[in-house]
Design a protein around this ligand. Structure first.
Ligand SMILES: [Zn+2]
Length: 838
């Protein structure tokens, strides 16, 4: 069957994906052949109602490359997909939807609201899984999971109850990030730091005993009502004499101590700060270290509490205004400065975070972290790139207890039951009357922390769990190393008594052409799905993987994607040419070029496999790109037009297509079906065996000889182009020096590829060119001579003009420096060119 002139991904990709899916080979149980060794990856679950962004596309491509490679190598390969319920972001989306109908979730009530969220999930939840298909992911859809599936919900509840009974989960009052709009505790991950313009207020606090006051700097004067100390750095000489004395907090007239604490930055403001343990995470730490009382003056709606005295019920904004007025009247304000700084905001709604002391559920992380640290220290888990191990250890050594309760409705409701002052942890409602379940839900990361084993059937001891856990690789962005990867390690070490995965591969961020964060408003944002439609999925896969390494950011822009589309077209054209050749199946090298390309194929096979096994995906892809384009197409195919060997050409192309399949699965599968006429499911490329090196074809002599011929040809081509020989003209070349025998043996090919008539022998002529000890002279025909003559005349004229201009002092003095420099370098280039023609 003839191939269409150009590769049209739009008409081919969807069909190929359907063929793969129908084959059943995404499912490890249905793979052909006896497969004993498992290879498993758990797909990091994207948000169920989200869009596939470039981060996902990068991760999925890398995971698919690993999976396809291992599948072809004969492993029992499982890539388990799924989606995350994404508590807060999904809830906000539905809140916005019902707001447009004029209701809010409180008016609707919990049950009705949750019904709406499930409806929403049903309507949009397949959108992202369709997009995952579009990117070519060969994951096992028959094992797809959703974090709120009944089975996973049961696993989450079981995990909570077990940890509670083991004393690892407790309820306590701690400072947390609070979003006054979402009315929920927010994890550190959901906090985004944004630059905002505020004021810095310098307030005078009276020192007991009538001495000069101490001045503190703050951006949030309204919190002063909850101050329980003033703190300075112990090393700060300026305040040594103040430590231990008492100051009076204005307005509330409370006496508080001046303390020394290492947490205070000497450079900030005056070096003295007010301490409000209830409303600032750092102050909270200082408070704990110094046993300060905690006074909450702001509530969960960002209104002042009873502790704020006359300001009770006022919003923080209103309270700030009134408090500043009073401070001003009392002469407590020294000065006010403009101050731009990074402020913690809610990632979902951009409201400024209100740090609050709140009654929440926590996981005691210290004992879990200990085992998680050991897992990496002892090499049971490798992190690629290794430099992230240091980051991991630093974070795990400084980990705080993990706040797992959220005041949201969408999520796993905490399996804790209250009855009067009785508290019970239980999956089911305890027997008897009056039990009420805790209204809060669990942090999304609590359920995704169980992802690797809960998706394989845990807490049941399933076959899947025995076979595929620990999984082989966890591939994800380095930005969630702590939030997710570390939590999975802690949870698996605790529940499974084993690591969740053996290797963690971290990819970087996708940036724009200049290495900056992509921005939709600047027009540098790229959506992967429209790009797959415009350039084909294979092109975007290549542009996400090539030119980067583990942990490194990758730059992406449309020209890059289109250049990889050109490569796909090149591959297509190589196959089209191959299909015009006779159908020979034997692989018998006859010429030097045959021996060379077969030997190169062995090296490329070995190196590609090695790169893939050591997670060097970019190097593997780049190697195949160069081999196919710059060796097979540029050289071997050109030579086969003179000395055809259809058997060798076909073999090299088919093997290359196998090696390339993990990177560009669509075009390779399509070409495979044409080149092999394989119509049966079991003959599909995705399950064909991975190529192995054939020692018999390794031929160092052929590689070395061929490189000599190649360099000679390149030198002659350059000489012809320098001498302005028109392409259709044959020129006479005599060569002397080294390798004469080799040149004579391959005279026909050299002559065809360079359009020359070659004679070899001794000569003392002035050489036109040299390469590897070979010299040659190019004879000039009458036609070429005329062309050269006319170019010489043009160049001489141009040189005269330039010289004249540069001799003009006015021009040199008055023209912009770069214009003068430009003319000078033009003069130099033109003189060089003229020399070449003499
Ligand atoms: Zn919020």
């Amino acid at each position: 069957m003839k191939l269409s002139k150009a590769y049209e991904p739009q008409s081919i990709e969807a069909n190929i994906y359907k063929r793969w899916e129908r084959s059943g080979f995404f499912n490890p149980d249905k793979l052909p052949g006896k497969r004993m060794k498992p290879f498993a990856i758990s797909m990091p679950p994207p948000n169920v109602t989200g869009e596939l962004h470039l981060g996902h596309a990068t991760g999925m491509t890398l995971e698919d490359i690993m999976i396809r490679h291992k599948r072809m190598q004969g492993y029992k390969t499982l890539w388990l997909p799924g989606t995350d319920h994404a508590g807060i972001s999904t809830q906000i989306m539905v809140e916005r939807l019902i707001a447009s109908e004029g209701v809010n979730r409180h008016a609707l009530g919990r049950d009705k609201f949750l019904k709406r969220v499930w409806q929403w999930k049903k309507q949009y939840g397949t959108h992202i899984t369709q997009q995952i298909r579009q990117i070519g992911a060969s994951c096992d859809w028959s094992r797809e999971h959703f974090t709120m599936d009944p089975k996973l919900t049961a696993a989450v509840q079981h995990a909570f109850v077990t940890m509670y009974n083991d004393g690892l989960i407790y309820r306590g009052k701690r400072i947390i990030n609070w979003c006054p709009r979402c009315l929920s505790a927010i994890s550190d991950l959901e906090v985004k730091h944004e630059p905002r313009k505020h004021k810095l207020y310098f307030l005078r606090y009276k020192l007991a005993g009538g001495a000069a006051p101490i001045t503190v700097a703050t951006t949030r004067p309204e919190t002063m009502l909850g101050d329980t100390a003033v703190a300075v750095n112990p090393k700060d000489e300026r305040y040594k004499s103040f430590v231990g004395k008492k100051v009076t907090v204005p307005i509330v007239e409370r006496e508080v101590p001046v303390i020394a604490d290492r947490g205070v930055e000497q450079e900030f403001g005056t070096g003295a700060v007010k301490v409000t343990p209830a409303h600032d995470a750092l102050d909270y730490e200082i408070g704990l270290r110094n046993e300060l009382p905690i006074i909450s003056v702001i509530d969960e709606h960002a209104h002042m509490t009873k502790e704020a005295g006359i300001f009770v019920g006022k919003s923080t904004v209103e309270a700030r205004r009134l408090i500043l007025e009073e401070l001003q009247e009392g002469g407590h304000i020294e000065k006010i400065e403009d101050y731009e700084h990074n402020v913690a905001t809610c990632d979902r709604c951009h409201t400024e975070i209100e740090p609050l002391i709140s009654l929440q559920w926590f996981v005691k992380t210290a004992p879990l972290a200990k085992k998680a640290i050991a897992a990496v220290k002892t090499g049971k888990i490798h992190i690629v790139p290794a430099r992230f191990e240091k980051v991991y250890f630093h974070w795990m050594n400084n980990i705080r207890d993990w706040c797992i309760s959220r005041q949201l409705w969408w999520g796993h409701q905490i399996p804790i039951w209250y009855n009067g002052d009785k508290v019970k942890a239980s999956v089911a409602k305890p027997a008897g009357k009056g039990w009420k379940q805790d209204p809060d839900t669990l942090d999304t990361w609590f359920s995704s922390g169980l992802w690797t084993f809960a998706t394989l059937g845990w807490p049941k001891k399933t076959k899947g769990l025995t076979l595929y856990h620990p999984t082989s690789v966890m591939e994800t962005g380095w930005d969630i190393l702590f939030f997710w990867v570390a939590r999975m390690i802690m949870m698996s070490m605790y529940f499974m008594k084993e690591v969740p995965f053996k290797t963690v591969y971290l990819h970087g961020l996708v940036l724009d052409k200049d290495g900056k964060k992509m921005s939709k408003s600047k027009g540098t944002g790229i959506d992967p799905i429209p790009m797959t439609q415009k350039y084909g999925t294979d092109a975007i896969r290549l542009s996400l993987v090539l030119g980067t390494a583990a942990g490194q950011d990758v730059r992406l822009y449309e020209e890059k994607i289109s250049s990889y589309r050109n490569f796909i077209n090149k591959l297509w054209n190589i196959a089209r040419f191959t299909l015009t050749q006779p159908k020979e199946t034997g692989v018998k090298p006859k010429t030097l070029a045959d021996a060379w390309i077969l030997s190169r194929l062995q090296t490329v096979t070995k190196e590609t496999t090695g790169y893939l096994e050591s997670f060097r995906f970019s190097e593997a892809g780049a190697l195949l790109y160069d081999f196919l384009w710059h060796e097979l197409a540029d050289w071997y195919i050109e030579i086969t037009k003179v000395a055809p060997n259809a058997g060798v050409l076909r073999h090299v192309l088919l093997e290359s297509i196998k090696l390339l399949h993990p990177f560009t699965p669509f075009v390779t599968e399509e070409l495979w079906s044409h080149l092999t006429a394989a119509k049966g499911t079991k003959d599909m490329l995705m399950v064909t065996s991975w190529p192995e090196t054939q020692q018999g074809f390794v031929n160092a002599k052929a590689e070395s000889d061929f490189s000599i011929i190649r360099e000679f040809i390149v030198a002659v081509r350059n000489a012809r182009s320098n001498a302005k020989v028109p392409p259709h003209v044959f020129s006479d070349v005599c060569a002397w020096g080294k390798h004469q025998k080799l040149l004579q043996e391959h005279q026909a090919i050299i002559e065809r590829l360079t359009r020359i008539k070659l004679t070899c022998g001794e000569s003392d002529a002035k050489p036109t060119g040299v390469a590897r000890g070979m010299a040659f002279a190019l004879a000039v025909t009458e036609e070429t001579g005329k062309r050269q003559e006319s170019e010489r005349a043009q160049l001489t004229e141009y040189i005269k003009r330039l010289e004249h201009q540069l001799a003009n002092e006015q021009f040199v003095k008055n023209a912009p420096q770069q214009v003068v420099e430009g003319q000078r370098s033009k003069l130099k280039e033109t003189r060089n060119r003229l020399d070449q023609l003499k």
